[in-house]
Design a protein around this ligand. Structure first.
Ligand SMILES: NC(=O)c1ccc[n+]([C@@H]2O[C@H](COP(=O)([O-])OP(=O)(O)OC[C@H]3O[C@@H](n4cnc5c(N)ncnc54)[C@H](O)[C@@H]3O)[C@@H](O)[C@H]2O)c1
Length: 385
């Protein structure tokens, strides 16, 4: 099968590696020769490391290598069965690329976008055959992250959705289906992990280290919110929050925090700049957490209930199924368990009580309880039973 990847940056190069590892012939196109060269060098290094660690044989490594073609010539996409676009997050530029692609591929070629924040319908509007356009959202780094969100737009045909699910499953990925709504599943459901942690900090309830300690030690999360934001990059994480907030017509649930905005503006981007919520300069020590069990429990419960509320509302609005939402958070952001499973364990009554306490205290729409949780509380239902 011939697959083309448009854009050879962080995502494009990773997706190309995934496709070639699954045996596809892969054309990687980019308008920037320096980016193509970097992607080629990165692939060589990664393959050498995989051979060294005995994850693949030298023969497999050279096969994966020869399956890649790096090019500045878009005509080389001709004959592809699937094209995945992973260029700069700009709607006008993406639309131009899709129009250019459609002139070069066969009638049955599927055109996909890896966009994180744009609607698939808006990208598809550039095409004559909109039924072939779909979202295929990989996570970074694509070769290591198991989850892929598949996003059919209103125009996408059922046969294209089925075909894409089969292809991506065949590449060894766990797939979930999501509606073409802002943030799809993961980038929507995970917002309170960052947003509520920032709010707790801004209110002066606890410092970064204490909030991170509570989420890791009491909640079982692999990284605390501030460690994770520093890892992702405060510029990127802030932009995703801002775009989800705007796309949901300023719903206060997704309101960005000034703390993160200032860090981003100051260039305190996290690990990549050496300074974020924490200082990563050599010799600098991480601040100690206040290991107060009662405070920790309060922090964990507040963030966890906001996450459960967001997941419940995502189900309430039929953006994805219950099973896919739980899969998305465990495989896409490594949560220790699915949020619905967690809600059942804590009890829907406890979750609703925490949310209504927050609402009554602040009288902010941000803390409104999802109608789904309210109905479940009334009927005594659980998510899984
Ligand atoms: N980085 C992430 O964590 C992440 C995760 C999931 C999805 N995404 C999405 O994937 C896409 C790519 O993100 P990235 O992080 O790989 O970006 P990146 O900046 O690393 O790479 C983008 C590449 O696209 C190339 N490019 C720009 N305009 C082009 C054009 N007209 N034609 C061909 N190539 C062009 C650039 O030269 C660059 O090599 C974006 O839509 C982003 O929202 C990113």
């Amino acid at each position: 099968m011939k697959v083309s990847i448009i854009g050879s940056g962080a995502m494009g190069s990773g997706i190309a590696q995934v496709a070639a590892t699954a045996g596809c012939e892969v054309v990687v196109f980019d308008t920037n020769p320096a980016s193509l060269k970097k992607a080629q060098e990165k692939l060589t290094k990664i393959l050498a490391r995989l051979v060294e660690k005995k994850r693949i044989t030298p023969d497999e490594s050279s096969k994966i290598n020869t399956l890649h073609t790096f090019t500045e010539n878009l005509d080389q996409v001709t004959g592809s069965e699937l094209v995945i676009e992973a260029i700069i997050e700009n709607l006008e530029i993406k639309k131009q690329v899709f129009a250019d692609l459609e002139k070069r591929v066969d009638a049955n070629c599927v055109l996909a976008s890896n966009t994180s924040s744009l609607s698939i319908a808006s990208i598809a509007s550039a095409c004559k055959h909109q039924e072939r356009v779909i979202g295929i959202h990989f996570f970074n780094p694509a070769p290591l992250m198991p989850l892929v969100e598949i996003i059919p737009a209103i125009c996408t045909s059922d046969s294209v959705t089925t075909l894409v699910q089969e292809i991506i499953k065949g590449w060894g990925k766990t797939i979930v289906l999501a509606k073409d709504t802002p943030g799809f599943i993961v980038n929507k459901v995970a917002r309170p992990f960052y947003g509520e942690a920032l709010r707790i900090y801004e209110e002066g309830i606890a410092d970064f280290a204490t909030i991170d300690w509570a989420m890791k030690n009491l909640g079982g999360f692999k990284m605390g919110p501030f460690e994770l934001m520093d890892f992702i990059g405060n510029d990127i994480n802030y932009k995703v929050t801002e775009s989800v907030f705007q796309a949901f017509y300023s719903d206060p649930r997704y309101k960005p925090a000034f703390t993160q905005r200032r860090l981003s503006e100051a260039g305190w981007l996290g690990r990549k700049s050496g300074r974020g919520y924490y200082n990563y300069a050599e010799g600098s020590e991480k601040p100690n957490a206040t290991e107060d069990a009662e405070l920790g429990k309060k922090i964990l419960n507040r963030i966890l209930c906001m996450l459960i509320n967001e997941a419940a509302d995502t189900l309430f609005w039929n953006i994805a199924s219950k099973e896919h939402i739980d899969l998305a958070v465990t495989k896409g952001v490594n949560y220790p368990k699915g949020l619905f499973k967690w809600a059942d364990e804590i009890g829907i009554d406890t979750v609703c009580k925490q949310l209504s306490d927050l609402y009554n205290e602040y009288l902010e729409d941000r803390y409104r309880t999802s109608p789904l949780l309210k109905r479940m509380l009334q009927s005594g239902q659980k998510f899984y039973s």
